[in-house]
Write a protein that binds this ligand. Structure first.
Ligand code: SAM
Ligand code: SF4
Ligand code: SF4
Length: 336
């Protein structure tokens, strides 16, 4: 079955946030002054359990979802992660399971087990190759080496091609664009340069801090010539560029300067079971209550169908022309 929204976009991808907690405090996502010791994270009871996640994922698969991405907060903090991956991999219709992680807890053993459980691909976030800058950014003293070890572990486990997310911020890490590209070529990983986005309300975003995709591409291209190539599928968020010498590719996610809402086929499920129809939405729709109140799968499927049919979101396309919603959901809540 396939359902479309008001802009004729089908529902294809589901991003599941497994937890709202994280062991990092990236300044641009969960700054310490907001997410401090007294921050009220969700209780264990409030978070969807494994069975609830699986039930909902099956319903989403019935509605046309073929790709699932596990995210967070930090998905590796979830104790039942392997079992969740294994069971999602067995759902009819799910062709692809990926995960986005900060990598700090990805040991070689865990990477192997994730692969065996059915995880196909992994994206590891790494914003700087400079230890001082990286530790300041994650704000919990995690070293670059820890993440490099995780990248090796993922590659050895066959979770390839490994992708690396780098959020590019002017004056903070943008001087490393070329170095990051060189690292990706040496290592055989795909670097994805992400424009710093105005997600949530905590990161004091300012347009001046955004390095436009055009500039990123010009700088990478000046060092290592690149050529644009076709998207692998509809709804892909990154524009792909191949190195002309055949040494791999990069991706650029230009959600600020070149929005791609027209092809947005993604729904997001928060750790507490709210469905967000846009990364910048101010509210999510409660799916946990109907689940816990004993509603049947058909009823829940109808609720989701109805929400998707009425979806009209295109925040990024309107960002520069309209006043934004008063409060947006935090990135750590729905995982990007
Ligand atoms: N904790 C995991 C991680 O960091 O990979 C998964 C969740 S994190 C919210 C998902 C991705 O969103 C990361 O690659 C992160 O760098 C990115 N991200 C977070 N805040 C962002 C922002 N304001 N602009 C652009 N990307 C952002
Ligand atoms: Fe945690 Fe990922 Fe947000 Fe950093 S970007 S604080 S690692 S959820
Ligand atoms: Fe999709 Fe919303 Fe991002 Fe547009 S702004 S691409 S609708 S998540």
């Amino acid at each position: 079955m396939s359902i479309t929204d008001l802009r004729n976009r089908p529902l294809r991808d589901l991003r599941i946030s497994l937890t709202d907690r994280c062991n990092f405090r990236c300044a641009y996502c969960m700054p310490k002054e907001v997410f401090g010791a007294d921050y009220a994270f969700l209780s264990r009871q409030a978070v969807l359990n494994e069975q609830e996640i699986l039930r909902l994922t099956k319903i989403f698969a019935n509605l046309g979802v073929t790709k699932v991405r596990l995210t967070g907060g930090e998905p590796l903090l979830r104790a039942d992660l392997l079992s969740i991956v294994e069971q999602i991999a067995n759902i009819d219709g799910i062709e692809d399971i990926a995960m986005t992680t900060n990598g700090s807890r990805l040991t070689p053993e865990l990477a192997k087990k994730l692969k065996q459980a059915g995880l196909k691909r992994i994206t590891i976030s790494l914003d700087s190759l400079d230890d001082g800058i990286f530790q300041r950014l994650n704000d919990v003293g995690c070293s670059v080496n820890t993440v490099l070890t995780a990248i090796d572990a993922a590659q050895h486990a066959g979770l390839s091609p490994v992708k690396i997310n780098m959020v590019v911020m002017k004056g903070i890490n943008d001087h490393e664009i070329e170095a990051m590209a060189a690292f990706g070529r040496d290592k055989g990983v795909i670097i994805r340069f992400i424009e710093f986005m105005d997600v949530g309300n905590s990161n004091h975003w300012n347009l001046d801090q955004v390095v436009p995709a055009k500039e990123i591409l010009a700088r990478v291209g000046a060092r290592f010539p690149i050529q644009k190539t076709a998207a692998l599928e509809r709804g892909e968020v990154a524009n792909r560029y191949l190195y002309e010498d055949g040494l791999g590719e990069i991706g650029v996610i230009a959600s600020v300067t070149a929005p791609f809402c027209g092809a947005c086929t993604r729904a997001r499920l928060s750790a507490e079971g709210r469905l967000f129809l846009c990364l910048f939405a101010s509210q999510g729709f409660d799916l946990k209550s109907p689940l816990r109140e004993g509603k049947g799968d058909d009823d829940i499927q109808k609720i989701i169908e109805n929400l998707w049919h009425h979806r009209d979101d295109r925040y990024s396309e309107l960002r520069m022309t309209q006043k934004s919603a008063t409060r947006k959901v935090e990135m750590s809540h729905i995982g990007g």
